[in-house]
Design a protein around this ligand. Structure first.
Ligand SMILES: [Zn+2]
Length: 141
């Protein structure tokens, strides 16, 4: 499915910037911050447009937002298209050296039980450490 087709399916206007933002995220192996997107989309989409687009796509359940320290990273996964009503559970790896946020695997929610009266909407685990690439560079030096 193309970015334009996804926007249509989710009843969102196919503006030039929305298509570009979604395409960037679809083609990225890792989660991207607003700054990273801003950097690659400038001057086509301005910062406030980008901010609104990310919020809209997140509200539609098309993006996962991972809060990393003071920053948000956004991640698109195709499974979000087929199961928008299901809250998916992802494990992300945050590299403290290069700041990359990389999806690790999908895990099942079973196993975690909340106390009575609490409702789980989503759960994203973030593992902090040194990524493969940074470990390799460290080893070479
Ligand atoms: Zn790294």
């Amino acid at each position: 499915m193309t970015a334009a087709e996804i926007l249509k399916k989710f009843k969102l206007n196919r503006t030039h910037c929305r298509v570009l933002v979604l395409e960037q995220l679809m083609h990225s192996e890792k989660a991207l911050s607003q700054q990273e997107l801003d950097h690659s989309l400038r001057p086509l989409c301005n910062r406030s447009t980008l901010y609104r687009i990310l919020n809209t796509l997140e509200q539609k359940g098309l993006l996962l937002r991972i809060a990393i320290e003071e920053n948000n990273k956004y991640y698109f996964d195709e499974s979000l298209l087929n199961q928008p009503e299901k809250q998916l559970n992802f494990v992300f790896f945050h590299c403290i050296r290069c700041n990359d946020v990389i999806p690790m695997q999908q895990v099942k929610r079973e196993g975690i039980r909340l106390p009575e009266g609490f409702t789980m909407k989503e759960q994203h685990f973030v593992i902090r450490g040194i990524c493969k690439q940074c470990n390799r560079e460290n080893y070479i030096q």
